[in-house]
Design a binder for this molecule. Structure first.
Ligand SMILES: *[C@@H]1O[C@H](CO)[C@@H](O)[C@H](O)[C@H]1NC(C)=O
Ligand SMILES: *[C@@H]1O[C@H](CO)[C@@H](O)[C@H](O)[C@H]1NC(C)=O
Ligand SMILES: CC(=O)N[C@H]1CO[C@H](CO)[C@@H](O)[C@@H]1O
Length: 498
């Protein structure tokens, strides 16, 4: 009896095992089929629109030369490092060691200006001696990355950077730039360390980088003046303003940063109405700088691009006047869309009291899991659905380092359906694998207190009609590169909309 029962039991568990195996395999196939459908759906939408006549795109500001070195090959641990301290800019080797120790022990990224040029160039010499020759150098800065992407997408491109000879050699020749700063000025020394790396009495909890430079050309945005005649002549369809985070943590003399930002504003307002202006946010640590951006830059842009953390920061500054230090790295669609609605309306309000401002008509937020684009109905931005699809595919292509998306190296982390808002009136939108990019229209009531300020007829002012598109990202599971992702993604999204 017992043996029979045992056999029956064994048989039953074997069956259960086989069924489980079958179900699992089947589920894997279902999942893979779903990824394939999503990919096909995205590619189909992306290809609906092509760019027939080359568009002219101008991209500011700056560019630099990144020199990569292993921190442990460059910085020798010395007693000064036993007392970590945080200097906003660096004058001596001891200050460098203390500041490095401060960030290294937390595995936190940081970038610092080295005021003592002879100290900095000594370090550059040492890094070159320790490094791998040419391979240790790379084109750096947001503007050149965006410029290169626009070029690849078939645009004619003008770059607002004073290109040193060394930088010029690395730029694709078809990109027009402002001739030269000295070769030495634009070097940024990127010291990398690994997870668990030991340095004297410290051990880094995670891999990261500590960047130093002695570059005053980029933080001062000194290219603005020389760029102006080229920009006027070029008559771009699109002018992209980015790279302003180089101003973060730079020791400006009193009032100088505002002065430089007002030059940027002047450049933006000098362009004709035919030119669309996009501002690409970045991660800023200086709250005052972000506040100045909301005054000098944001009201003069038609379009803004940013990631979810930058959105959370901007939202916080506009709502409460300060930066939120912690934010969710994988926020739900509803949370991001609600923040986008707020930011959109608040940025438009900023413009109301500002002469020569432009009303915001586009906002693109890129997250790891999805792309969201809001545009105002009737504005010049075209093809939002295709733009969201292209941005999403570019996110995968960039991180996986390949122009073909491979579903075996991709996954969806966006939920099966999402809510359009946390409000009770929200709709639930399913993520349809066969039509993965969801677009819908919304009418946003505007506060009537702004009607008179706006000076436009009530019918167009009391309600803002917008289109929202959300596209899932096929998240790359075998990351080749992450830096520069946002720049590639934002540019890819813009290129189909101008
Ligand atoms: C600048 O760095 C050099 C080289 O490390 C050093 O000799 C000099 O004392 C430093 N100057 C200042 C003002 O700290
Ligand atoms: C920002 O301001 C709010 C309200 O004044 C305050 O509660 C919050 O702690 C501040 N946050 C930071 C990060 O300083
Ligand atoms: C995968 C991809 O397209 N990434 C690109 C992002 O942009 C830079 C500059 O154009 C390229 O070098 C990367 O290959």
């Amino acid at each position: 009896m017992a043996a029979v029962a045992w056999k029956a039991g064994a048989f039953a568990s074997l069956c259960a095992f086989l069924i489980a195996l079958y179900v699992r395999k089947h589920l894997d196939e279902v999942l893979k089929d779903r990824l394939v459908s999503v990919l096909q759906g995205l590619v189909e939408v992306e290809q609906q629109h092509s760019i027939d006549t080359p568009r002219r795109v101008a991209v500011g500001y700056g560019g630099c030369h990144d020199l990569f070195v292993n921190a442990e090959d460059l910085l020798e641990f010395q007693d000064a490092a036993r007392n970590p301290e945080h200097f906003s800019h660096i004058k001596t080797y001891d200050e460098l060691l203390k500041t490095y120790a401060y960030f290294f022990r937390h595995g936190a990224a940081a970038e610092r200006y080295v005021e003592n040029a002879s100290l900095f160039y000594e370090l550059v010499e040492r890094a070159q001696a320790a490094g791998e020759g040419e391979g240790a150098w790379a084109l750096g800065g947001n503007a050149p990355v965006m410029a290169a992407r626009f070029l690849r997408e078939g645009c004619r491109v003008l770059l607002g950077a004073q290109a040193s000879d060394r930088l010029r050699k690395r730029l694709p020749p078809a990109i027009q730039a402002v001739p030269g700063s000295p070769d030495r000025e634009d070097i940024h020394l990127i010291m990398e360390y690994k997870t668990g790396e030991e340095w004297g009495i410290y051990k880094s909890p995670r891999a990261n980088r500590f960047i130093i430079h002695s570059d005053s050309v980029n933080p001062m945005v000194s290219v603005v003046e020389e760029f102006q005649p080229l920009l006027q002549k070029f008559q771009p369809h699109l002018f992209v303003v980015g790279g302003l985070q180089m101003m973060d943590n730079f020791p400006f003399p009193e009032g100088k940063r505002r002065e430089r930002l007002s030059k940027v504003r002047e450049q933006m307002t000098s362009l004709s109405d035919e030119t669309r202006i996009h501002f690409e946010m970045a991660s800023f640590t200086d709250e005052q700088l972000v506040r100045e951006l909301t005054q000098y830059v944001l009201p003069f842009a038609d379009s803004l691009g940013m990631n979810e953390q930058e959105l959370a920061n901007l939202h916080h500054i506009l709502m409460y006047g300060n930066i939120s230090l912690v934010s969710d790295s994988n926020p739900r669609v509803a949370v991001v869309l609600d923040q986008m609605r707020h930011v959109f309306k608040l940025v438009r309000e900023l413009g109301l009291s500002t002469p020569k401002s432009r009303p915001l008509t586009r906002l693109h937020v890129h997250t790891l899991a999805y792309q969201a684009i809001v545009t105002v109905a009737g504005s010049p931005w075209k093809n939002s659905q295709a733009a969201a699809a292209k941005a999403s595919l570019t996110a995968n292509r960039h991180v996986c380092g390949s122009s073909e998306v491979d579903v075996d190296k991709a996954m969806l982390i966006m939920d099966e359906s999402f809510s359009t808002s946390a409000a009770s009136t929200a709709q639930r939108v399913p993520l349809d694998a066969n039509a993965p990019v969801s677009c819908w229209e919304e009418r946003w009531p505007l506060d009537d207190s702004h009607l008179s300020a706006m000076g436009t007829p009530a019918e167009s002012a009391d309600v803002l009609q917008v289109q929202i598109c959300v596209a899932p990202v096929l998240v790359c599971t075998e990351a080749q590169q992450t830096a520069g992702g946002g720049d590639n993604i934002s540019s890819a999204g813009l290129v189909l909309q101008i």
